[in-house]
Design a protein. Structure first.
Length: 347
């Protein structure tokens, strides 16, 4: 009997069900996927899943995708029970899926791909993030919805007010709606301030992120909330891919050369949070303005250049977070001056 080196339970998580695949890696590095089953995505389903896995003698690592919020309850349950859990960003699984000889994508084949991914890669253990991140995500998303609703209401008020023989009662109701939305936003902001007031570590981190040009408090909070404090992020490239700010192209030989495009996938809240800071940086910061002009002169597409600035700002946020240092806009100039000084000293 061959020695088993690794065991993985791959789980494709949907809103209502968990499609599970069991697999192991043997000493000759061959993989075997040998059991499949579906469970409801409920607390009772979690218990049944664990019992089934233990009965199969498969107490290894549980691997799943970060599928919105549907995976969270299961991940917390397994972590609290002391099991090894790994949560993988969706773009990693989708890229791995393309390497497999799978013609039909189903929940079953997705769970098999996740299992194979877990068997082939050395994955980090997932630990429940600080509870504050989930609350921040709920509040920032609620605020975003309120702001967008208010924009629609104000546009409606302007359109009705500019027309002939406007209905005064309709205008009054729309104005009341806008006042109500203003009140809601103030309540959300107050709740955010109370949430952050006693968290010294979080306040210090926000100060570091906000030291970057044109990054405001709401943007910094949103980025931390949507990434769980960069919990699953290991590199700048991974972060931009998760946000949907990466560029993809297609090239095959001399004849097939697709035009590079910004991927439509990614976390829309994260991507949206970087939009206005990038536009402000382009207008008011000479460094970003120069980069923007250079990119536009190269390919002539302003939106593409603006996305590049969004990507750059997001990468800078990850860099200052990782190094735990304040942003220094004169960093490159100082580095060049130090290099010149070292050369002159040697001579």
């Amino acid at each position: 009997m061959k020695k088993i080196l690794k065991q993985v339970t791959g789980i494709d998580v949907a809103q209502d069900e968990l499609v599970v695949c069991l697999g192991h890696l043997e000493e000759d590095l061959s993989m075997e996927l040998y059991a499949h089953k579906t469970f409801p995505n409920t607390p009772k389903g979690f218990v049944a899943l664990v019992k089934w896995v233990e009965k199969a003698g498969m107490v290894g690592r549980f691997v799943m995708e970060a599928t919105g919020v549907y995976h969270e309850s299961l991940a917390y349950f397994l972590a609290e029970q002391g099991y090894m859990v790994s949560i993988v960003l969706p773009n990693k699984i989708s890229n791995f899926f393309r390497t497999l000889e799978v013609k039909t994508i189903t929940d079953k084949t997705a769970s098999e791909a996740i299992t194979q991914f877990g068997l082939q890669r050395n994955l980090d253990d997932w630990h429940p993030p600080k509870g504050i991140y989930k609350k921040l995500r709920q509040l920032t998303r609620e605020r975003d919805q309120v702001v967008q609703t208010r924009i629609v209401a104000k546009n409606q008020l302007h359109a009705e007010g500019a027309g002939a023989k406007s209905n005064k009662s309709s205008l009054a109701r729309t104005q009341k709606h806008i006042v109500f939305l203003d009140k809601q936003e103030k309540e959300i902001m107050q709740e955010l301030r109370l949430l952050l007031r006693d968290d010294t570590e979080m306040k210090k981190l926000l100060v570091i992120l906000c030291s970057i040009t044109r990054i405001g408090l709401i943007t910094a909070i949103t980025v931390l909330a949507e990434t769980n404090g960069f919990d699953l992020i290991r590199s700048k490239r991974q972060l931009t891919s998760y946000a949907g700010l990466d560029v993809r192209g297609k090239q095959s030989g001399p004849s097939v050369k697709g035009k590079p495009k910004i991927t439509k996938k990614g976390n829309r809240y994260l991507k949206k949070a970087m939009h206005f800071p990038a536009l402000t940086a382009i207008r008011h910061d000479e460094r970003f303005k120069t980069v923007f002009i250079r990119l536009v002169s190269k390919h002539g597409i302003k939106m593409k250049a603006a996305v590049a600035i969004q990507r750059k700002l997001l990468e800078m946020m990850f860099t200052v977070y990782k190094n735990n240092i304040m942003y220094d806009k004169n960093y490159l100039v100082n580095q060049q001056a130090n290099s010149i000084q070292r050369v002159e000293t040697k001579n």
